[in-house]
Design a protein around this ligand. Sequence first.
Ligand code: ASP
Length: 586
Amino acid sequence: MLRTHTCGELRLEDLDKKVILSGWVQRVRNKGGLAWVDLRDRYGVTQLIFEEGAVAPELLKTATTLGREYVVQAEGVVIERASKNDKIPTGSIEIRVSELKVLNKAKVPPFIIEDETDGGEELRMKYRYLDLRRNVVREKLQLRHRMMQETRKYMDGQDFMEVETPVLIKSTPEGARDFVVPSRVHGGEFYALPQSPQTFKQLLMVSGFDRYFQIVKCFRDEDLRADRQPEFTQIDCEMSFVDQEDILEIFEGLVRHLFTKVKGMELGNIDRMTYEDAMRLYGNDKPDIRFGMPFVELNDLAQGKGFSIFDSAELILGINAGGAANYTRKQLDALTNWVRRPQIGAKGMVYVKCNEDGTFKSSVDKFYSQEDLKAWADKAGAKKGDLILLLSGSEKDTRKQMSELRLKMGDDLGLRDKSVYKPLWVLDFPLLEWDEETARYHAMHHPFTSPKKEDMELLDKDPGKVRANAYDLVINGVEIGGGSIRIHDKETQQMMFRHLGFTEEEAQSQFGFLMEAFEFGAPPHGGIAFGFDRLCAIFGGTDSIRDYIAFPKNNAGRDVMINSPSSISDEQLIELSLDIKEREKE
Ligand code: ASP
């Protein structure tokens, strides 16, 4: 080996040892006659010292001419430092170097490779391999590694088998567009990349594998949003002979295990909430329950008093921002402007300050008496010193807007502490979701999700009301996993496809293999998948999943390092039977 120790390893106990270290030059400090070089590798930084008199003059010269990021090998003796650095674990020692070899030179890096860098996002992505040398970046991937290992340990311990499923498949309906891969051998035909291994894991249950998991790449060609990657990783799981409760328990176990082993934190109880309550109380199917501030409906108290905006509203919602009665006029105006932004879309906002002297001050004092406002405050659970904020309009929009306002108030009042973790199961999702654009129902989760038995009779009468055996795990307002108990008989599956507007032939050609498998003894089964990148981000306490991916795509879905996507040669196009040029001519 080109080293005896790593750059993070040596301590006072190692004094006088003869060692060889290899790594990258982080910094050279030249004091004339005395030079220090900080040598860095994945494990840490160790200081090398070159002192006139103690080392050969050529050696001192070589040391002082080393460039940043040169790869060097240094041989020497561990000595005690005169002035210690208690910020790094190796800070009590340094190496008096007797031999120094440059293993490779380096160009001046395009940005400073330290925790605080001068490199912008785009530049760091172009040179991601250099960005990854920075501790703060590498540590995120180390966290990911830990999460992966601990996931495998837990799953293996629970008798789950990790099985790889194919990447060249055909369409799976997870609600996004597929990435497709043209087949050369079968000109004019295409593979699709899996949006998830959904159908395969169900087939594995038919095979009797009983407990499956896989840490797996999934691909979805969705419109790009800030925190989305076209390829991402799931912890994908499926189990046989279980009901919903079993799945919730096993995977609470996984989440607990990860918190204990990776974060050294004991998770308390994981709360549960129905989808209906989540929407009613928080206007959101992934509520952040680190703080309360639930919605109260104020139609009965606020209508019929001559305020036409409220009188004509389908829904009037209030939230109680505890302790915020001291908001200034300016702050309230800013909030009003904030809810009026097109992204939120509210027409306006009404406030009620619950003053310390027991009086109320609102933006609608003209229409409402002190008693009226007190009744609102009582319903909202507001006390002296609190601030009630109200929005109104159509039911759907108002819930959505209030959800955003609630989260903003949570932020403004410091109630969304990143070091606090509040997981929540959201249960009983609707089976179907009406899509205005296509004017038909879509599966809210996916078409293999089983309806609740007791709601089956509603399927024909009122499909939108049917609930599914589907569940999501939410942590701090972020959906990190979702799954369902599946349909496992052909008839129900066929009926489901019918409800989703598939013709018999379409269902057969796309999912005939699954329905046929259901005829060969399919066990009752269900599963879940976790968004692994997001789970890592939550554990790391940051918002961006990109930080937890070694080589991520940028916001435009582009890998700027390897420059992909990119065009391919005419020969390749012809080989793949892709007539792009011909079509352009047309
Ligand atoms: N395949 C689903 C998804 O990717 C998860 C599941 O139902 O297990 O969301």
